[in-house]
Design a protein around this ligand. Structure first.
Ligand code: BG6
Ligand code: MG
Length: 215
């Protein structure tokens, strides 16, 4: 049985831009201008690890207390954006593709590093649709470690080789491959070259494509 495992930020909904804006605002406090290119390395990785990466880039250090406070501030800023979200922010092709999966009895799970994933799914009205949800609260090792996808496959009672992962992040594509799964990259081929195929959005994939990939 085929199963689909979806990343959230940048695949289901464009919250990737809100993470970027929130980090950018925070880094500005240390006079560091976070670029979109640098932000590519933050996609898919946990909140704590993202802050560590930014501090290294900015050549800035924080005490343990200031570090924890920065994590809180970033999340507060991110949640300001999230609180204004609704179903209009679901990315192109997503709703239709999830409906096709349902019609074909193909189960699907969320596999997101975000600790805000359930809240976001509720905001956009997709919470009930997923057969399983694995998020940042359920894992010890963040992407590119395969743990999150292994757990999501287990939650759907499916073997890794029957799973297709949808990912917009380099770290996420690597995690899916390390889990022994097929990976569809959402974004640019140059960035996501480790994926099995790369598409712009979910309008470009069909149930038959999934079957061909898993066959
Ligand atoms: C991932 C995002 O989905 O979740 C990352 O791609 C983010 O950018 C990570 O850092 C953790 O999210 P949160 O909501 O727990 O801070
Ligand atoms: Mg993502």
């Amino acid at each position: 049985m085929i199963a689909c495992l979806f990343d959230l930020d940048g695949v289901i909904v464009d919250t990737a831009k809100y993470h970027f804006l929130a980090w950018k605002r925070l880094a500005k406090e240390w006079n560091f201008d976070l670029t979109e290119e640098q932000n590519e390395h933050l996609k898919g990785v946990s909140r704590t690890e993202s802050l560590e990466i930014i501090l290294k880039l900015a050549q800035h250090t924080l005490s343990k207390e200031a570090f924890d406070k920065a994590l809180e501030d970033k999340n507060e800023c991110f949640l300001e954006f999230v609180n204004q979200m609704n179903e209009n922010e679901i990315l192109e092709g997503v709703t239709d593709f999830l409906n096709q999966l349902k019609q074909n009895n193909i189960p699907f799970s969320l596999a997101s590093s975000s600790k805000n994933a359930k809240n976001i799914l509720q905001k956009i009205g997709l919470f009930e649709k997923f057969d399983a949800i694995v998020d940042g609260n359920d894992i010890v090792n963040g992407k590119p470690h395969p743990e999150i996808f292994e757990k999501a496959a287990k939650a759907l009672n499916t073997e890794p080789k029957k799973c297709v992962v949808f990912e917009d992040a380099v770290a996420g594509v690597q995690a899916g491959k390390r889990a022994g799964m097929k990976v569809i990259g959402i974004g640019e081929k140059e960035v996501l070259h480790e994926a099995d195929i790369v598409i712009k959005n979910l309008t470009e994939i069909s149930i038959q494509d999934l079957k061909n990939m898993i066959a």
